[in-house]
Design a protein around this ligand. Structure first.
Ligand SMILES: Nc1ncnc2c1ncn2[C@@H]1O[C@H](COP(=O)(O)OP(=O)(O)O)[C@@H](O)[C@H]1O
Ligand SMILES: [Mg+2]
Length: 367
């Protein structure tokens, strides 16, 4: 049996070794320990595709569970409220014992032998807030709290608004609840601009930016070691450079390098080169191409104007190239920042936030 590849370039999977993200892990850990009153109990994770939002939500759920919370994961889509209720019911059955949860469900449903059957899915006679509130009381009585995570947040969902409103009421009632949401930058901005959820603007926002090379290096080596392979210094440096601080890329490069050295127990420079090349192809197909497809015409003009620069671009130069005034260029800049395509380096200076995006766009546009 060949050793199993320890890298996990799969969306949503929690990595064997998590690179970086120390401060958010620490802050949320403290919040789960402290409970009520800690502002991080209402948190929003913001980052581009592949920055590790889903993995972090799962990870935080595990951390919370270890601190006595019941963690329920959901995705923002129609039906999410019922899903959260059902999942909370199931999770409490696990933690509080089947009998307790069953009786809860029975009292929740109402009367009579027919409607009282465990499998029956009756039309709820009480609203979501009431049902969740009762469930929450039982959870609290048993000494637990409830963490709800919402992934892939979109602004255009009525149920998001209901969730935010009810959650705010639970917080006011001093209940032991936490809400951690995650989404792409533009979706989060849109949500927070919605007046009906203004409460969420006070949630702690955590941006999942690029991970420092030192953390990437350490996580890469450690992950390979778990699978039983060593990495030579020059191979490691080449990989770190190709990864560019991007979590998904860390897993892709690791996975492909591992494959390129299937029979060896050392990843050397030559194999790393193969692995990196394969990983870059994957990265284009799964990250860069969909990102480019989502850009508007104006976004594209801005991006094209950035291609002339090798690393960083000044807004004033971009404006000149686009033939517009700086303040117009600044408006487009905000959109691309919100979409996670570029990041601000200094005042008036931006660069691409995704590794290899420049080269990819050059090729695609034939620029
Ligand atoms: N901190 C991290 N260190 C190493 N790998 C990570 C980290 N965060 C995420 N990953 C990996 O990156 C990939 C993308 O993560 P995911 O959570 O699906 O991103 P997102 O939800 O932001 O699109 C997954 O393969 C995951 O295992
Ligand atoms: Mg995700």
């Amino acid at each position: 049996m060949p050793p199993i590849n320890p890298f996990t370039p799969e969306f949503g999977s929690v990595p064997l070794v998590m690179a970086g993200r120390q401060s958010i892990r620490r802050e949320l850990f403290d919040a789960f320990v402290q409970g009520r009153g800690n502002p991080n109990l209402s948190s929003i994770l913001v980052g581009p595709r592949g920055s590790g939002k889903t993995a972090l939500l799962t990870y935080l759920g595990k951390e919370a569970s270890a601190q006595g919370w019941i963690a329920v994961h959901s995705v923002a889509m129609p039906g999410m409220l019922e899903d959260i209720y059902e999942q909370t019911l199931l999770a409490s059955a696990d933690v509080l014992g089947e009998g307790k949860a069953k009786s809860l469900r029975l009292t929740g449903i109402g009367v009579g032998p027919v409607s009282a059957s465990w499998e029956a899915a009756p039309a709820p006679s009480e609203n979501w807030r009431t049902r969740m509130g009762r469930l929450l009381s039982t959870i609290e009585d048993a000494g637990h709290g409830l963490l709800i995570t919402v992934d892939e947040v979109v602004a255009t969902l009525d149920e998001m608004v209901t969730l935010a409103a009810v959650y705010q009421l639970f917080v006011r009632e001093q209940r032991r609840v936490a809400l951690v949401m995650a989404g792409l930058p533009h979706n989060i901005s849109a949500l927070l601009n919605d007046k009906s959820v203004s409460f969420l603007r006070r949630a702690q926002r955590h941006t999942l930016g690029t991970i420092p090379d030192a953390d990437v290096r350490e996580a890469f080596k450690e992950t390979a070691a778990i699978g039983g392979k060593d990495v030579t210094d020059d191979a490691l440096e080449a990989c770190v450079r190709a990864i560019g601080g991007f979590p998904y890329m860390l897993q892709l490069v690791g996975f492909r390098c591992w494959q390129a050295t299937s029979t060896d127990d050392v990843i050397s420079a030559q194999e790393a080169r193969r692995g990196i090349q394969d990983a870059q192809e994957d990265f284009r197909a799964h990250i860069l191409a969909p990102t480019l497809r989502e850009l508007s015409e104006i976004d594209l003009q801005f991006v094209e104007a950035m291609l002339e620069d090798e690393r960083e671009s000044r807004i004033s130069d971009i404006a000149k190239r686009m033939g517009v005034e700086s303040r117009y260029a600044s408006k487009y800049r905000s959109r691309l920042l919100a979409e996670g395509v570029i990041e601000q380096v200094a005042r008036g200076v931006v660069r691409f936030a995704l590794p290899e995006f420049r080269a990819f766009v050059r090729e695609e546009l034939g620029a």
